[in-house]
Design a protein around this ligand. Structure first.
Ligand code: AMP
Length: 413
């Protein structure tokens, strides 16, 4: 029997109901904030990610699905959304004026990662990007939107974990201090960290190895090495978050796995996912547009994993808000024809209804209704047809009543 590819799964049933609910909520909240949707292709040229996510990142190093297409192009199945969105904004000259460009994007991403709970090779992200604004106020706006989104989904007790990773100009000062610290205890760090300290010392802070995390005790903190403007920016963001009552904590080890971040980096963790599982992350990327060949335009954005969000919501809220439509069961040939006509008029009136079309015994149809959790069953037999009525059974109570046929649409709505 053929199986789906490892790390890639079929979505349906209860899990997909959560996905749909999350996506609807995202669209409603984001559109309310003036964001509009963008859908970029799954495939991008390899260069788009090499030049943005960065050669020192795990994603580019070892996680991308990349291949040569039939035309000989090196292409990648997108591992994240921001680079493609920025590529699109440049290509379509959306950044030519100084107007902000506010986009959200919902879709699958691909990373060849080790499998574990909430980690897949095809996973879904909801992504929000604000291009063209460099202010801490734009970050506060974006975080408020994120907060409303999570609140409307019913999540509580979420804490924003924030840091500033400075700018490419201010980072060398931190690098020097950090390399000096590292040199004093380098035998405590793993081989990967020895490589990272050369290519991108920030990445050492991010090492998943517990021994390395312990060895980092007392490490130089990047926010102590910020240039003046970045320090002011960071302070202002914290002030705004306090004014707005958005709960946050500072995490000096938070650097995020992508190379393009400048200044603000943040994550939201959820204890419902087990150890160290970030529900979402994001930050500012003021150099990215230029890096991808566009004008000097700043940006801020974040991506939340739909798969993980669905797991958390399932734990916190149980079943997704969804009720199957009423089920209409005809008994006999005459009723089968009339049921199709009745169903058509109900569908045209906007009523949600499933029609039993198998024919045969009522018992079988009722068993299906029980299994699928239908709340209302409508039964149409010869007796009902003669009387211009329909029998209605409420599954939760077992209670039965008779409705005039002409009132079905209004009553079901
Ligand atoms: P990142 O693009 O790495 O910043 O990830 C942003 C969010 O996407 C994470 O916080 C997760 O919720 C989600 N995510 C990243 N990688 C995976 C994966 N392999 N499987 C499921 N969700 C993921």
């Amino acid at each position: 029997m053929a199986q789906s590819v490892k790390g890639m799964r079929d979505l349906f049933g209860a899990e997909l109901r959560w996905f749909q609910h999350i996506e609807e909520t995202a669209r409603r909240v984001f559109e309310r904030h003036g964001y509009s949707e963008i859908r970029t292709p799954i495939l991008e040229e390899l260069d788009v990610f090499k030049r943005s996510v960065g050669e020192s990142s795990d994603i580019v190093n070892k996680e991308m699905y990349e291949f040569t297409d039939r035309g000989g192009r090196r292409v990648v199945m997108r591992p994240e959304a921001t680079a493609g969105i920025v590529r699109a904004a440049i290509q379509h000259k959306l950044l030519a004026s100084s107007d902000p460009v506010l986009f959200y994007c919902i879709g699958p991403q691909f990373r060849y990662e080790r499998m574990q709970t909430g980690r897949y090779r095809q996973f879904w992200q909801i992504d929000a990007e604000s291009l063209g604004v460099a202010t801490p106020e734009s970050e506060a706006e974006s975080l408020l939107m994120l907060h409303s989104f999570l609140k409307e989904l019913g999540l509580r007790h979420l804490v924003f974990s924030i840091n500033s990773v400075g700018t490419p100009e201010s980072r060398p000062a931190f690098h020097a201090a950090f390399r000096a610290f590292f040199a004093q205890r380098e035998n405590l760090f793993c081989a990967d960290c020895h490589r990272r300290v050369e290519t991108n010392p920030l990445r050492v802070l991010d090492c998943k190895n517990e021994t390395c995390q312990a060895a980092l005790e007392g490490h130089p903190v990047i926010t102590d090495h910020l240039d003046e403007a970045s320090a002011r920016h960071h302070l202002r963001l914290k002030e705004l978050l306090m004014e707005l009552g958005l709960p946050f904590e500072e995490n000096p080890r938070l650097v995020r796995g992508l190379d393009y971040y400048t200044r603000t980096a943040f994550e939201v963790l959820s204890s419902d996912l087990g150890a160290q599982s970030a529900l979402l992350g994001g930050g500012r990327y003021d150099g990215l547009v230029k890096q991808l060949g566009g004008p000097e335009v700043p940006g801020f954005g974040w991506a939340i994993g739909l798969d993980r969000l669905a797991i958390v919501l399932q734990q916190v809220r149980g079943k997704a808000p969804y009720a199957p439509p009423a089920l209409l069961i005809p008994l006999g040939d005459r009723a089968a024809t009339e049921a199709l006509k009745l169903a058509r008029s109900l569908w045209d009136a906007g009523v949600a209804l499933q029609l039993e079309t198998r024919g045969g015994a009522l018992k079988k149809a009722m068993a299906t209704a029980n299994r699928t959790g239908v709340e209302t069953v409508l039964i149409l037999g010869d007796g009902e047809l003669d009387g211009g009525t329909i029998t209605v059974k409420h599954m939760a109570t077992g209670e039965q009543e008779i409705w005039p046929l002409g009132e079905v649409a209004a009553r079901l709505k």
